[in-house]
Write a protein that binds this ligand. Structure first.
Ligand SMILES: NC(=O)c1ccc[n+]([C@@H]2O[C@H](COP(=O)([O-])OP(=O)(O)OC[C@H]3O[C@@H](n4cnc5c(N)ncnc54)[C@H](OP(=O)(O)O)[C@@H]3O)[C@@H](O)[C@H]2O)c1
Length: 314
């Protein structure tokens, strides 16, 4: 009999029971229990846990835990809590999630490309004015991050006729996409893009990357979409860049503090479209299948799938 699997996370009751249903359906031969239902012997035996921003105090009660599979793609909170220890962390890599992110990036790129924020404002002032049309092939979309999500987004935007550039930490080759890396590469991408999309993980190196200096390097009047993590953007610098029209519009899905505080300037800013972290929600169905596949492989071979690089931060 395999040791029990612990489910730990900051879920509501409903979310926890939904996740348990999906996970148990994907792994009918495994015993999966929420942390609160583990007895002291079971806690001793747990070697594998399924986690979503778990409480460090609970993890500390599992002395033989070797590895944990995150249900989220972003793992900065787990790294902040467990980066110094020996716990091996596997993050969620789900083609379904990449597909959702590609759809979201296409949707909000089209929103900016077809000047919807401007037409919305014109409607409010009963202004009948046709804005000049710029063809998709004359727009460059710059992607910060060419990982699992960025690559899927690049392909979707290319298929829809946009020019695409991308920036990553290491050099990349992606058909049809101008790939950059390094500081000089970032400057080139910022200067050449009409819309810049943030798809970077939250790490010490990406924190505040889009600061005042870098926002000034954007093509004047470019727009921003940030679907990676809020820490990418220096908020005061963005507000100033919006006010000076250096940035025309920002579509923001992720923030330093979530939910975004009610008194934040973004809420009422005419050039900001605000989303409540919805660009690519984890799909419990496919995520549970992925965890099940990884666990089955571990049970058979003892192999743990590729884990997060704790030094790199993603
Ligand atoms: N808003 C949402 O609903 C939502 C949903 C899912 C995920 N996310 C966020 O999206 C992020 C990206 O996900 P992913 O699956 O695409 O991650 P990933 O596969 O790990 O890709 C990360 C990309 O960022 C690049 N990168 C990391 N640090 C960098 C640096 N300092 N300079 C330049 N490039 C850097 C990486 O470069 P290399 O390729 O060279 O390693 C890679 O291309 C996640 O970490 C998560 O925070 C948001």
């Amino acid at each position: 009999m395999n040791p029990v699997i612990a489910l730990l996370g900051d879920f509501s009751e409903t979310e926890r029971s939904q996740w348990l249903n999906h996970l148990r359906a994907a792994m009918p031969d495994e015993q999966i229990l929420p942390f609160a239902e583990l007895n002291p012997t079971q806690k001793e035996l747990v070697e594998f846990a399924i986690v979503a921003n778990p409480d460090p105090a609970q993890i500390a009660e599992l002395p033989n835990l070797v590895w944990a599979h995150s249900l989220w793609a972003g793992v900065e909170k787990i790294i902040a809590n467990f980066g110094q220890g020996s716990l091996q962390i596997v993050r969620l890599i789900d083609p379904n999630l990449a597909n959702l992110m590609a759809e979201a990036c296409l949707a909000w790129t089209l929103y900016l490309h077809r000047a919807m924020p401007t037409y919305r404002q014109q409607q409010q002032t009963q202004t009948w004015q046709q804005q000049p049309y710029i063809a998709a092939q004359d727009r460059t979309i710059g992607l910060l991050g060419l990982g699992k999500l960025g690559t899927a987004v690049a392909k979707r935007l290319l298929a829809n006729g946009f020019k695409v550039a991308g920036w990553s930490r290491t050099p990349k080759l992606l058909a049809g996409c101008d790939c950059y890396n390094g500081d000089a590469g970032l400057d080139q991408l910022l200067a050449g893009s009409d819309i810049v999309i943030g798809l970077l993980p939250a790490t010490p190196d990406t924190a505040g990357l889009l600061n005042r200096t870098r926002l000034a390097k954007l093509k004047p009047g470019a727009s921003l979409i940030n679907f990676g993590r809020g820490s990418l953007i220096e908020q005061d610098a963005l507000l100033d860049a919006l006010d000076s029209a250096q940035v025309e519009h920002a579509v923001l899905d992720v923030f330093d503090k979530e939910p975004l505080p009610k008194d934040h300037a973004y809420w009422h800013h005419a050039q900001v479209t605000l989303l409540p972290h919805i660009s690519a929600p984890t799909q419990p169905d496919s995520a549970s299948q992925i965890v099940a596949r990884h666990l089955a492989d571990f049970r058979q071979t003892g192999r743990i799938p590729a884990t997060v690089d704790l030094v790199r931060g993603y």
